[in-house]
Ligand binder design. Structure first.
Ligand code: PLP
Length: 280
């Protein structure tokens, strides 16, 4: 495997950043994960648009001009002979002695790595997965795709220990915000598709945006509005979206079965349409 670290393509086992990188000290860094399908970078502009928003929100400058990013990403894909997989991009505020205020005249850091990934297990997609609810303990700006993911890590670990696939994060008002690494959709009792609005309290997933567009193209009734955990337990269908799992049906939330306990028709339709969208 080959990775890119601050201007060099290096063997992955030697790919390292300095101990004084602010990503390491303060999680003062942002990231992206994007899919590679048949050797091609998918939804590249959407991911670079989001990276630009994350960088701007934290006043980190582009580590290289934006127009150079696709060249570096394609080169990492090429050097790894990657067909189907994921590319990881991380940009930090750079290397500086540990001191909280922004350093002056320090260039931003950039690392890019890639690995093969063939999506979730077929059985999970066919049968659907179980999720558990957890308190949303994150800071108030999860719309910025920053690397400080400790609450997400802890929530996902508890989900795993409970034998569940994902944690649904619930805020102090009882609203389902998103998963630890996914966005959440439900089909309400009236048949409308619902997902949390893309405000400051969730990460606006690229997959979420594409699934919303596909649903609107189908003429479905779509609402971007908050819904509570209680409401979600009465849903006809539920699913997760994210780069690594695409559209993943949810059949159980805590101890409640969703709908008939198997992936619903709308979920399956959107899953198929989304898979087609990714195909070259
Ligand atoms: N929500 C969170 C908290 C995430 O970390 C992610 C992806 O990593 C998503 C949602 C899904 O975003 P995307 O569809 O862009 O992968």
């Amino acid at each position: 495997r080959v990775s890119y670290v601050n201007g060099r393509y290096v063997a992955h086992r030697d790919a390292a950043v300095h101990v004084d990188d602010r990503g390491h000290h303060f999680a003062d860094a942002v990231y992206e994960v994007l899919p590679v399908v048949a050797g091609r970078l998918c939804h590249l502009d959407q991911h670079l648009d989001r990276l630009e928003r994350s960088l701007a929100a934290l006043a980190i400058s582009w580590p290289v001009p934006r127009r150079v990013m696709p060249i570096i990403l394609a080169e990492v894909v090429r050097r790894n002979r990657l067909k189907d997989g994921l590319v990881y991009i991380q940009t930090s505020r750079g290397v500086a002695p540990r001191y909280h205020p922004f350093p002056l005249d320090t260039p931003a850091g950039l690392v890019v790595s890639a690995w093969a990934h063939s999506g979730p297990a077929a059985a999970q997609i066919e049968q659907g997965v179980r999720v558990v609810s957890q308190s949303d303990l994150r800071w108030k700006r999860p719309d910025i795709k920053a690397t400080g993911l400790l609450p997400n890590v802890l929530a996902r670990q508890s989900a795993r220990e409970a034998g569940a696939f994902e944690a649904w994060l619930i805020n102090d008002q009882g609203v389902v915000t998103e998963g630890s690494a996914t966005n959440i959709f439900i089909v309400g009792p009236d048949g409308a598709l619902l997902t949390h609005p893309a405000d400051n309290s969730i990460l606006a997933g690229v997959t979420r945006g594409n699934v919303l567009r596909l649903a609107r193209n189908l003429g479905l009734e779509v609402g971007e509005r908050p819904f509570t955990l209680a409401e979600s337990l009465r849903a006809r269908e539920a699913f997760l979206t994210g780069t690594t799992m695409m559209v993943m049906p949810v059949v159980r939330v805590d101890d409640t079965t969703i709908g008939e306990g198997r992936p619903g028709p709308l979920t399956l339709r959107l899953r198929d349409l989304y898979q087609e969208l990714r195909r070259p």
